[in-house]
Design a protein around this ligand. Structure first.
Ligand code: GFP
Length: 811
């Protein structure tokens, strides 16, 4: 990075001239943003080339992280922070009359992901570069990211997220590295010289063009690559041949269907919708990614046999599981290897992370669809299935039921999770409890058959984005107390523990929290018109809207609190601001109703003078990485209240903790490990355990009606959904009401209500002791080090990928 202010200014001004033919006075804010990005881009490019050169020269093993989603967040500020130039550039720009923050606002926030899974991939990319792991991402360059959410008349409305509209400053189109991906057609096989040769005929070919995004490390010279593939027509933008044949219309149709492949991100999380286009997207980027990996590998190696020593391919959930047969195809059909050799290399190269146990998220494709879109893939999957089923049979002779539950093709469906398990050498869950559930329940047969494959890698978050960048003043306090080592060695954050009872530090931490709350309050005022009390508890529930995440439980607690305040306006509670944000999948009815309920409730409560401002409810629209960066630092309370066993890990819980918010949560996902890290005194745990939840599912015995009838608070709140109490159409929330009563409350909202309400009372009590609360807050910050994705990434590198960090030396 350029460290000299004057040099920086000269180059910046020069960029304005060469890029836009303008001087500072005429240039628009966007011009200035682009010119600044260019300064950074150019500096990074040198390190980027050098990184690739050194990777290639040292022959170190490369990791490729395949993911349908990378929820990156804005890049400019991150580059400035990681490059250590933020203050220098801010000052330099100020001297020429430019406000850095205004420029930063110009950047679009690439929403190429739905939630946790995509954000995890982005944190991993940042950590790999920071730690020096030679790790690259492989994904899709969606023209439209996750929809933009607006709330209109209490309803979620989805608008297209046209994030590429003004260009994306951080991508490099590499047209010369494009590859072809083939769909449909037929496969002809014949024997040549004693081996089978497969020819693909009458296929539809699509051009996959890579756009590379540099991922720079922290204060080092490593720049890794995130390669995003764009689908393009193989023909020129105008297909003269078809035009001359009078087939212009068809040619146009072809181009638009090709473009569709990388057009839009499916807005589903934890839910699988068997769309052909989705399967097309999966094969598209997986095939393109693997082809490019093999091409690069072959530059240095003549035999494919070393592939797994030089390359690790990691599949983020089952979405890229088609990598298993595709790598087999490339090794056999293209490189001429035998089945056995190809299978050995494939399984040694690929590893897989499972992210959910929700049955509705499990991907299975109808055989007919799979076969006609990907005929060669089907042949290979079929053969894989035959072979693995034979070995299952040897292990469990006669146990048809078990084998049916393990077969890759069963009941006329291709089961992607099973394909991922059999075709990889490592299967990991994302928190200890989740891995245990996989081993003992969901994948117990596989665990029994392949005990060594299963392992746990508890998720993590990059503390550089989520603390150093998002909450610089808290970061500065920490650095003043314990030095700056924690930025590269986050486990050192535990040295901050010593300051938990230090009154001076407590006061500083309180001041920063209050400042962050004020910034959020300002944003809330701008966006919703509601004034919130910055001395109230900021109780924050931000994540995708999903029944298992139980936003409804939180809402019921708010409704009950409101009822109690109406009854007794002098009820002694600490004023609370309940803040929600999150998107609902467009076709997920109950999730959309949940948003509507929050919004309606907010309109009722926020203007009710009787409760003297003790309660406010806020729904912030369009939750994104950028909004998260404003919310986490301002939160007092972190709501992590999913039904135990359902949330594989959660990562928002870690971001809150790192910013000093105290968790109220169930023993689910990584909450269990957060609880272990901070101890009983620094967290509010309540509700059913996952064992109890399983027991209810297996043995029955849960009766929502009984609870409804015996708990007057619940009865009142539930009735209020349907008796006209809410200022909305009376029958609107009947389906929600029914899901809790007629359908017996699948996610145990009523069952956990009492425990939750009690935990909230305890929390309120504790918040009143200001210094005690801050002490808890500091404990949380100090124990957050193990939840850094630097730790997670090192575990993946050591235990799954078997690769080591490389120090990139001077360019
Ligand atoms: C999924 C799981 C989360 C987990 C993330 C990352 O998140 O519990 O933390 O993956 O492993 F549900 P979503 O993509 O569904 O948000």
């Amino acid at each position: 990075m350029l460290m000299d202010k004057d040099e920086f200014k000269t180059i910046f001004v020069n960029n304005l001239q060469t890029m836009f033919g303008k001087g500072i006075e005429e240039a628009s804010i966007n011009n200035k943003y682009m010119a600044l990005s260019r300064v950074i881009r150019d500096c990074i490019s040198k390190n980027w080339m050098e990184t690739n050169k050194q990777y290639s020269e040292t022959g170190v093993k490369q990791v490729y992280y395949f993911s349908m989603e990378f929820l990156l967040g804005k890049a400019l500020d991150m580059h400035l922070v990681n490059g250590g130039v933020k203050e220098i550039y801010r000052e330099a720009l100020e001297e020429i009359g430019i406000d850095l923050e205004e420029l930063e606002k110009q950047e679009s926030d690439p929403g190429l992901g739905n939630g946790g899974l995509g954000r995890l991939a982005a944190c991993f990319m940042e950590s790999m570069a920071a730690v020096g792991i030679p790790g690259h991402g492989c994904g899709i360059r969606y023209t439209y990211g996750l929809f933009e959410q607006k709330i209109v008349d209490h309803n979620q409305v989805e608008l297209p997220d046209n994030w590429l509209q003004d260009g994306y400053a951080w991508e490099f189109r590499k047209a010369d590295k494009a590859v072809e991906v083939k769909f449909g057609g037929t496969i002809k096989s014949n024997q040549q010289g004693g081996r089978w040769v497969f020819t693909h005929e009458n296929y539809e070919a699509v051009l996959a063009v890579p756009y590379d995004v540099p991922i720079a490390g922290y204060h080092n010279k490593t720049v890794n690559t995130l390669r995003l593939w764009n689908a393009e027509s193989l023909h020129d933008s105008f297909d003269f041949a078809s035009f001359n044949r009078g087939e212009y219309l068809e040619a146009k149709e072809y181009r638009s269907s090709v473009g569709l492949i990388s057009k839009i991100l499916y807005p589903q999380d934890n839910f699988y919708e068997g769309r052909l286009l989705r399967l097309k997207q999966q094969y598209f980027f997986v095939s393109a990614g693997l082809q490019s990996i093999i091409r690069r590998y072959k530059k240095k190696h003549t035999s494919m046999k070393q592939l797994s020593k030089k390359v690790a391919v990691h599949i983020n959930d089952t979405h890229p599981a088609i990598a298993v047969p595709e790598l087999m195809r490339l090794l056999m059909d293209q490189e001429g290897l035998s089945w056995d050799d190809a299978w050995k290399i494939t399984t040694e190269t690929i590893s897989y992370t499972n992210h959910t146990i929700m049955p509705e998220a499990l991907e299975t494709w109808p055989v007919e669809m799979f076969k006609s879109l990907l005929p060669r893939m089907y042949m290979i999957v079929h053969e894989i299935n035959e072979r693995v089923c034979r070995s299952f049979w040897d292990a469990y002779p006669g146990d048809w039921e078990r084998i049916r539950g393990m077969a890759v093709i069963a009941d006329n469906m291709v089961h992607m999770a099973r394909l991922a398990v059999v075709g990889s050498h490592s299967v990991n869950g994302v928190a200890q409890i989740h891995t245990d559930i996989l081993k003992e329940h969901i994948m117990s047969s596989f665990h029994n058959f392949y005990p060594k494959k299963f392992n746990n890698k508890t998720n993590g978050i990059t503390h550089r984005r989520w603390l150093l960048k998002a909450n610089p003043e808290l970061a500065a306090i920490i650095t003043d107390c314990i030095g700056a080592n924690w930025i590269t060695d986050p486990q050192n954050l535990d040295e901050f523990e010593r300051f938990a009872t230090d009154k001076v530090i407590q006061e500083k931490v309180q001041k920063v929290k209050h400042k962050n709350k004020k910034a959020l309050a300002k944003y809330i005022k701008e966006k919703t018109g509601v004034t919130v009390d910055t001395r109230s508890i900021f109780d924050v529930h931000i994540k995708r809207i999903h029944s298992y995440k139980r936003q409804i439980l939180n809402i019921f607690h708010i409704m009950d609190l409101y009822n109690r305040l109406k009854e007794n306006p002098s009820l002694s509670i600490t004023p609370r601001t309940f803040i929600f944000a999150g998107k609902a999948a467009p076709g997920y009815y109950i999730a959309k109703q949940t948003i509507k309920l929050i919004s309606v409730l907010a309109s009722l409560i926020n203007k009710d003078k009787d409760i003297k401002g003790k309660l406010k409810v806020i729904f912030l629209e369009n939750y994104s990485v950028s909004l998260g960066e404003l919310l986490f630092p301002a939160a007092d309370v972190s709501e992590q209240i999913s039904t135990a066993s359902k949330e594989a890990s959660g990562t928002g819980n870690m971001k809150f903790m790192l910013n000093g918010a105290v968790t109220i949560g169930t023993l689910d996902g990584a909450n269990v490990e957060i609880h272990e890290a901070v101890g009983d005194d620094n967290i509010f745990i309540f509700g059913l355990t996952s064992q109890q939840v399983f027991d209810y599912y297996i043995h029955g015995g849960y009766n929502a009606w009984q609870l409804y009838s015996s708990d007057i608070r619940l009865k009142t709140v539930l009735e209020q959904l349907v008796n006209g109490f809410l200022p909305y159409q009376k029958e609107e929330f009947r389906p929600l009401y029914n899901s809790l009563l007629a359908d017996n409350d699948e996610f145990f909202v009523l069952r956990d209500f009492d425990a939750y309400a009690k935990a909230q009372v305890e929390l309120d009590k504790r918040y009143k002791q200001k210094n005690k609360w801050t002490e808890m807050s500091i404990h949380n910050i100090a124990q957050a080090g193990i939840f850094s994705s630097d730790r997670t990434i090192c575990e993946y590198a050591n235990e799954i990928w078997h690769t080591k960090p490389v120090v990139i030396t001077k360019p």
